[in-house]
Design a protein around this ligand. Sequence first.
Ligand code: MN
Length: 253
Amino acid sequence: MRILVTNDDGVHADGLFALQKALRQLGDVIVAAPERPQSSTGHAITLHKPLRLTPVSLRDGTPAFASNGTPSDCATLGILEAAGGEIDLVVSGINHGANLGWDVHYSGTAAAAIEATIIGKPSFAISVVESETDWTWDAAAAFAVKLASWLVSHPLPAHTMLNVNVPNLPESQIQGVAATTQGRRQYVDRVERRNDPLGRPYFWLGGSLAEEERTAERGTDVRAIAEGKIAVTPIQLDMTAYSFLETLKDWEH
Ligand code: MN
């Protein structure tokens, strides 16, 4: 098996290191990831400057490629250039932080996996959901190996990727695995306005979650995580709202 590992936190991130190390149990692993952190860059691609793939060493000397491109660029360059198109699976992560519900639209981690799907390679994104404690990568890395192995006998449908979120818990405390839908994750109070020393306003984007995670709708990724489970959500490229299509067709314009 030949696996490409990428992420949006940068080639030297702890989550990527744990992921690529674990996946080596399954075969050859090629790492191509952004040279700098690029969280929340979504599905941006680079069209107006030269892209590089620079050989670098991970902390234990493992060879990898760092790119000045976006996570999506890294998926493209990793598959088509670093691996010469010979890739069986693309895994993006392990992201430092949740990519739950609507986060997928902002996520560079998810975008890299989606780009792989567009290129025609099976892929999944995997994230550990932040908590009060220090990061723990073991459960997510072990689950990535398990999922990658399962996908060999259960191929993903075309134009579909998996978005995986893992609680920040030791493996022994994880409460199982749930197949989930995308929950809502809406942020409120998104803009914080401050004044700079010259009295001019500047803004920080952020905000807090609109919805309490423990009472999120059953069956969603948000709820599964609140219950200590690993959430696996199938994501499709087709975002058509079929439920509204008939109304739109009936419009006598
Ligand atoms: Mn990230």
